[in-house]
Design a protein around this ligand. Structure first.
Ligand SMILES: C[S@@+](CC[C@H](N)C(=O)[O-])C[C@H]1O[C@@H](n2cnc3c(N)ncnc32)[C@H](O)[C@@H]1O
Length: 398
């Protein structure tokens, strides 16, 4: 009885407080009635608990808690900006994870034992690799991405414009730089970024300053607008107008109708369940009830995009497939099926690159999933809360 009275007293007090709140700033009760009983973030968590518990086993609890915590960013340095932010960021305790000592040491050790070859990556499946020595990737020294040390969750300040209005750095998941490094862009290459908006990876690729021609494609008009805004904030006008960069709006799955066998490098960074976003944001969430069929069709769309990317690459060209999901059915299964269909339907033979040299170089910055049959994956961890990012690299033989 006492508890009941207390509750009634509290409710009356709350009502009094509501009367003190100006009407225009009160939250409408109607909102509560239209709110879904199971918001998309909760549906996503339930789905991940069911599938990733099986897929990741003992790793899932730690990956789960990391994905539900604040993610870490990296600051991609903009070589086109004149603002001198590197020293400033270093003074705050950041370091460039690409040219950092750990990665350098790994390169030096491999040089000493004579395992670094001219080519960038070894092409073989992991099971074929056996005890063979691995070659280290040649990394563009122009890509610099600064991160705070492990366990340090300091946030970056927003980047400031230089005298020409260009921003000094771009904040992104530092693990998103890895597919760009794996793509191994060389001087004079032509590159296709098949699903390129809003442009974090395109901007990373442009930092190499090696690309002869970059085509950034995306089907979504709103995301292309974001891409244009990003490019205008980071790349000088004369470069954007110079003919080395083109933005296109095609459905990437039909790329072979436009051209084939033409690009040295193709990045296929497909739409996916964007696991982190799906757990944290109800807005624009692929787990919302009205997007069930879109979500179920994702592997089919991813496969079509990867096959289109493979056909767009020239013989000898290289393709990187990437996602930001942990899902095996959107990662390894898509790549497996694409290799099979490329051979059966288009007579295209592909080799899978062993990306372990890359993971070994950056093992102090990221946590990688152990023992993946195909490709590599950064898995979120509380001390290094980047990812998930999956990547697999293929070389077109003919
Ligand atoms: C993961 S996002 C790409 C992110 C981008 N690579 C970056 O680094 O900023 C996937 C993109 O694929 C685009 N997309 C979805 N379906 C597509 C299609 N059929 N053809 C081309 N782009 C598509 C989406 O609009 C979305 O922008």
């Amino acid at each position: 009885m006492a508890l009941f009275l207390d509750t009634r007293f509290l409710l009356r007090k709350l009502k009094d407080l509501r009367c003190l709140t100006p009407k225009r700033t009160r939250v409408k009760d109607k909102w509560a009635a239209t709110r879904p009983k199971y918001p998309p973030t909760r549906l996503a968590l339930h789905y991940f608990d069911t599938t990733y518990k099986v897929q990741l086993g003992q790793l899932w609890p730690s990956v789960r808690v990391a994905m539900l915590s604040e993610k870490k960013y990296g600051a991609l340095l903009n070589n086109f900006s004149q603002s001198d932010v590197l020293l400033d960021l270093q003074a705050q305790g950041c370091r460039d994870f690409i040219t950092t000592r750990d990665a350098q040491t790994y390169m030096e050790q491999n040089l000493e034992v004579g395992t670094v070859e001219e080519s960038s990556h070894v092409f073989m499946t992991k099971s074929d690799a056996g005890d063979q020595q691995l070659s280290s990737p040649q990394l563009s020294t122009n890509i610099k991405c600064l991160v705070f040390p492990r366990g340090d969750v300091t946030r970056f300040k927003p980047a400031r414009p230089d005298i020409h209005g260009l921003l000094g750095y771009y904040l992104m998941d530092a693990a998103s730089v890895l597919p760009c490094l794996a793509l191994d862009v060389q001087d004079g290459h032509t590159v296709l970024d098949l699903c390129g908006a809003p442009g974090g990876k395109a901007l990373t690729l442009l930092q190499t300053q090696s690309i002869r021609f970059l085509c950034v494609n995306d089907i979504s008009a709103s995301r292309r607008l974001r891409l244009k805004k990003v490019l205008h904030s980071y790349i000088p006008k004369q470069f954007l107008k110079g003919g080395n960069l083109r933005i296109t709006s095609f459905d990437g799955t039909t790329w072979e109708e436009i051209e084939s066998k033409s690009f040295d490098r193709v990045l296929v960074d497909v739409p996916c369940t964007t696991d982190r976003h799906s757990l944290m944001e109800d807005d624009n969430n692929i787990f919302s009830k009205n997007r069930v069929s879109e979500r179920r069709r994702l592997p089919q769309l991813q496969l079509a995009l990867l096959l289109a990317g493979i056909q767009a690459a020239c013989p000898g060209g290289e393709i990187v497939y990437s996602t930001c999901t942990l899902s095996q059915s959107q990662n390894q299964s898509v790549v497996e099926q694409a290799i099979y269909q490329a051979r059966e339907d288009y007579s295209i033979r592909l080799e899978v690159a062993d990306l372990r040299p890359l993971t070994q170089m950056f093992r102090n910055t990221f946590h990688f999933a152990p023992d993946l049959s195909l490709g590599e994956m950064v898995i979120p961890h509380l001390a290094a809360n980047f990812g998930p990012i999956y990547m697999c690299k293929l070389k077109r033989l003919a």
